[in-house]
Write a protein that binds this ligand. Structure first.
Ligand code: ARG
Length: 566
């Protein structure tokens, strides 16, 4: 039952105000003691020519209590509502039980497609921590939009095209050894790529050679294409290992190369619309009106670049998916790039460009030397994930818990801990990676929430055989129970807020608070203790069941798995 809606209707009945006005005005008081919902009477003062406290007083008198509203009380200019706690508890718990993992879902997105582009690493280069940040945020956003009923496509815009591949091919032909590469592909490819740059300092003619190779690649030359395909394939094998560990999947791996034959059309369109001007031999779209540097479309040698490929990609996505939103989860350092391409697209008259949005995120600071790596200076993501899993295993062992499958649990907790860290605060904030915070089972962390879930599941296992459906909640009403259940009811709003702002931290905060409230609840409201009567026990078990369902659903929206015991 929608309690807010019930109150909105009551107020409309006695005031003749517009529904929208009332709906927008109603708020949740900062302190629970002040009631469950409040209607501020200040905006009415002008129309009614009365002081707000007087209006609140009059409304309170007019309002007859009913089975849902226990009390309507005027405090200052506010009309505060106290709901019937038992009603709220029973109706919420029953609703959660009926929806299961669908709790918090909506049909807001029906018929609309949202594209979430994320991760997008560069082939033949390490998958770095920034790509992991993008992966964590993007994967979570994709799930959040799905929960709201949108048709979601996850896109991985691989960095698999550009002049650097001419260099890599050149380096490979000079120093590459397939057998060595096969053993540790990305690291070896990176090595020869770095060597190319060192050598080119001394022998600048190497740069021309590399340009020649990229030209060959662009022209579809068989040998260079085969090499490029090989680099791409072995890189993808590496990336997919990481995605498997994280449980991340994509609907498309169309990278920059996919758009290499779709750029001529973009250049033609921009030319036809008279948007291209020459600047130092390059073709650019002037954006001085917006006070930003011009967007380069064709370099002076006629080669297309990153921006051109992105514009071609956006056009392709519009035609293929007819998207409502096209979200790019990419680091803040690329903000200008996105501002430029979106502006070009808008100037081309593509109104769908309004649906394109850059969702940026901050930097990640690693704990320097504490991060072990097989690869010298470069931090490989797989190493970070494995380190987290190993550390988790140690903690679990030291805690003396007897989990059946410690490997599986350590993986879910260790990886969950990392994902949680990326989704903890507003994404634009920088992150300082700290193992202690991340793996603090008692602090704000994934393990903390996972532990709360496992605790709930263990209670339910102990109660095996007790049928708690249709429980009677009359004896289970307490402050802790009420706060906990009210928070269960707020899940849908958290999901909507997260999508509205493209900020998974709303879910993160939600589930952390839910777990805290749950801890308080089971520490103060005994469940399986002998002195608890049967009806109260059933009611509390039903609450535990609902809470575990919602903790799991919320964690899953963050891409985090749960474990049944810890
Ligand atoms: N591959 C790029 C990088 O690693 C990110 C790509 C971002 N997406 C885009 N459509 N430009 O920096």
């Amino acid at each position: 039952m929608d309690f807010k809606e019930h109150i909105v209707q009551k107020i409309i009945d006695i005031t003749d105000l517009d529904r929208e006005v009332v709906e927008n005005a109603i708020e949740t008081p900062p302190d629970e003691k002040m009631g469950d919902l409040a209607f501020p009477c200040f905006p009415l003062a002008k129309v009614m020519r009365k002081a707000p406290p007087l209006i609140a007083q009059e409304l309170a008198e007019k309002l007859a209590d009913d089975e849902i509203i226990d009390k309507a009380q005027a405090t200052g200019g506010y009309l505060n509502f106290f709901l019937n706690r038992e009603k709220v508890i029973s109706s919420t718990i029953n609703a959660v039980e009926n929806s299961g993992s669908d709790w918090g879902k909506s049909d807001l997105g029906n018929g609309k497609t949202v594209l979430v582009e994320y991760s997008s690493p560069n082939i033949a280069k390490p998958f770095h921590i920034g790509h992991l940040f993008s992966t964590a945020v993007g994967n979570s956003l994709a799930k959040i939009y799905k929960h709201l009923g949108y048709n979601v496509k996850s896109l991985n815009h691989l960095g698999d095209w550009g002049t650097q591949f001419g260099k890599l091919i050149c380096a490979y032909k000079k120093w590459g050894d397939r057998e060595v590469i096969e053993k540790d592909p990305i690291n070896e490819l990176l090595k020869i790529y770095v060597k190319f740059h060192e050598e080119a300092e001394i022998h600048p003619e190497l740069e021309d050679e590399a340009r020649g190779y990229f030209k060959k690649l662009e022209d579809g030359d068989e040998e260079t294409t085969a090499l490029w395909t090989y680099f791409r394939d072995i890189s993808l094998v590496e990336f997919k290992r990481v995605y498997d560990m994280l449980g991340v999947e994509f609907d498309s791996y169309n990278g920059e190369a996919f758009y290499s034959d779709k750029m001529d059309e973009v250049v033609d369109i921009l030319k036809d619309k008279g948007l291209l001007t020459e600047s130092d031999g390059a073709q650019v779209v002037d954006l001085s009106e917006l006070n930003i540097p011009p967007c380069i479309i064709l370099k002076s040698d006629g080669a297309t670049i990153y921006a051109t490929r992105d514009i071609a990609a956006a056009l392709y996505r519009h035609r293929t998916y007819d998207f409502y939103k096209n979200i790019y989860v990419v680091g803040i350092p690329q903000s200008l790039h996105f501002k430029q391409i979106f502006s070009v697209m808008k100037r081309a008259g593509w109104d769908w460009a309004e649906g394109c949005e850059h969702v940026g995120f901050g930097l990640v600071k690693l704990p320097g030397k504490n991060m072990s790596t097989r690869h010298g200076d470069v931090v490989f993501l797989e190493d970070v994930l494995n380190e987290s899993i190993e550390k988790t295993k140690e903690i679990i062992k030291n805690n003396g818990s007897n989990i059946d499958d410690i490997d599986d649990a350590s993986k879910k907790i260790g990886i969950g801990a990392i994902l949680y860290t990326f989704l903890k605060n507003s994404r634009e904030k920088d992150i300082i990676f700290s193992w202690d915070t991340m793996l603090d089972f008692e602090g704000e962390s994934a393990p903390y929430c996972q532990y709360g879930y496992a605790r709930g599941r263990s209670i339910l296992r102990k109660a095996d055989g007790i049928d708690f459906k249709n429980a009677d909640f009359s004896k289970a009403v307490s402050d802790e129970t009420y706060s906990l259940v009210k928070h269960l009811g707020a899940f849908g709003d958290a999901v909507k807020d997260a999508a509205d702002k493209n900020e998974p931290f709303y879910i993160n905060r939600y589930v952390t608070t839910l777990t805290k409230l749950f801890n308080k609840f089971y520490n103060t409201n005994p469940i399986m203790r002998d002195d608890v009567d049967e009806e109260t026990r059933k009611a509390r078990l039903a609450i535990v069941d609902a809470v575990t369902t919602v903790i799991k659903t919320a964690l899953n929206l963050l891409g985090i798995d749960t474990v049944e015991s810890m």
